[in-house]
Design a protein around this ligand. Structure first.
Ligand code: SF4
Length: 124
């Protein structure tokens, strides 16, 4: 079964350190990280709308992120830098490696999500 993933969550996952919007959200994030560790080849479908993680987020109101414009921009930039498209199916391992190679290693994060409230965690 495919897991829907917002493209910019490919960054959030790699820098996660147990902090999140509330307990439900961090539990969901913990569960996803555990799932990835057990099965890095799990199949994902890139999805530029609410995903697995958003489903446990207090900012998800009526199936739309309250920061819609901002996260849409994050998602579009991640897709562009990794040369991927919304709807594309690939393994989590493949996706996270692309994000690492095409964004993190090239220090492109500031051009994507420097206005995210969690940014200071990710650039330590
Ligand atoms: S802030 Fe928005 S994009 Fe991020 S997890 Fe919550 S609903 Fe999803």
């Amino acid at each position: 079964m495919k897991t829907l993933l917002r493209p910019h969550h490919g960054l959030c996952i790699q820098f996660y350190e147990g902090k999140g919007y509330n307990e439900e959200f961090t539990k969901k994030m913990d569960a996803l990280i555990n799932q990835i560790q057990r099965n890095p080849r799990m199949v994902i479908q890139l999805h530029t709308a609410v995903d697995e993680l958003c489903n446990s987020c207090p900012n998800n109101i009526d199936s739309e992120c309250i920061s819609y414009e901002k996260v849409k921009r994050f998602d579009e930039k991640v897709l562009s830098y990794c040369d991927l498209n919304s709807g594309q199916v690939l393994s989590m391992q493949e996706f996270l490696q692309l994000v690492k190679d095409m964004i993190i290693e090239k220090d492109l994060q500031p051009s994507i999500c420097s206005d995210c409230e969690w940014y200071s965690i990710c650039i330590k």
